[in-house]
Write a protein that binds this ligand. Structure first.
Ligand SMILES: NC(=O)c1ccc[n+]([C@@H]2O[C@H](COP(=O)([O-])OP(=O)(O)OC[C@H]3O[C@@H](n4cnc5c(N)ncnc54)[C@H](OP(=O)(O)O)[C@@H]3O)[C@@H](O)[C@H]2O)c1
Length: 264
């Protein structure tokens, strides 16, 4: 396994994955809309003597997905590891979201694009009888919270896709893994349009760095696992959410929704 395609590599988790992968000697195809960011990433990776191919594409468009798959396969002949990372959140009350820019585009980039891109790359993995698809989902794939309704829908969908595909393709020696991080310090929050009147937010000590997520993600290639939930203690909340949903509903209503809505 020596060729990786990373989506959303112009910032945050995707850029950290690409940098670390280059240091570890992988050839890379990196994609996003901001070409200048991808080009400076390529320059950063030059000292490691690996090939890095920048592909400018908008994954909100079907043509963008096709262009990425085509360019990566044309340049390298195959993709050993596909890391579906590109994504964004518009984290606000459902009734305030724009139908196109916030809802349709979020589902398109976070869910439909990974499915379509995987669909494009998969035949070559099946032919080679090897490959690894790693989906950067979110803790919001496992616990749905207020103001994350569309984001959670996209990420629950990505979780379901990951689970089903793993069972579909294992027979060909292809691995499928899901990464489920909690809050990560990236540009994600700046673009999310969060408007909290109560000031409630994820405490800084709970936030991961993009480099931590990148390290665990790349470790999956050598040591494949079904999923990584990080930080690990979030599994307790996942468990509570599953087995005590009434309690979780009540706490969220009292602690967050009632306070926030009363200030709106
Ligand atoms: N940060 C968190 O707290 C957190 C937690 C759990 C999971 N995640 C997930 O981690 C992944 C990476 O997010 P991040 O935190 O690293 O955020 P980020 O720094 O904002 O990076 C998002 C990446 O996705 C790309 N992207 C967004 N829309 C795109 C589009 N239409 N076409 C192509 N590329 C697009 C962006 O590139 P361009 O803008 O250049 O196109 C950028 O490279 C996302 O799937 C996110 O849902 C984030």
């Amino acid at each position: 396994m020596n060729t990786i395609l990373v989506t959303g590599a112009s910032s945050g988790i995707g850029a950290a994955i690409a940098r670390l992968a280059a240091q570890q000697g992988y050839d890379l195809a990196v994609t996003a809309r901001r070409l200048e960011r991808l080009q400076s990433l390529c320059q950063e990776c030059e000292p490691y003597g690996v090939r890095v191919l920048p592909i400018q594409a908008d994954l909100a468009q079907w043509e963008g997905v096709q262009a990425v798959a085509h360019a990566a396969l044309a340049a390298f002949g195959r993709v050993d590891v596909l890391i579906n990372n590109a994504g964004f959140g518009r984290l606000n009350w459902l009734e305030t979201l724009d139908g196109e820019a916030d809802i349709a585009a979020q589902i398109q980039v976070n869910l439909i694009a990974p499915i379509q891109l995987t669909r494009q790359i998969l035949p070559s993995m099946i032919a080679n009888r090897r490959g690894h698809i790693i989906n950067i989902a979110s803790i919001a794939s496992l616990i749905a919270t207020p103001t994350y309704s569309v984001y959670a829908a996209s990420k629950f969908g990505l979780h379901g896709f990951t689970e089903a595909l793993r069972r579909e393709v294992a027979i060909y020696g292809i691995r499928v893994s899901g990464v489920y991080p909690g809050g990560v310090e990236t540009e994600f929050g700046e673009k999310a349009g969060i408007q909290r009147k109560s000031g409630i937010k994820t405490p800084d000590w709970m936030r991961l760095t993009a480099e931590q997520v990148a390290k665990h993600t790349l470790r999956l290639i050598q040591h494949p696992r079904r999923e990584i939930v990080m930080p690990g203690y979030l599994r307790v909340i996942v468990w509570l959410n599953r087995f005590a949903p009434t309690l979780v509903d009540w706490v969220i209503q009292q602690w967050f929704v009632a306070r926030e809505r009363s200030l709106t």
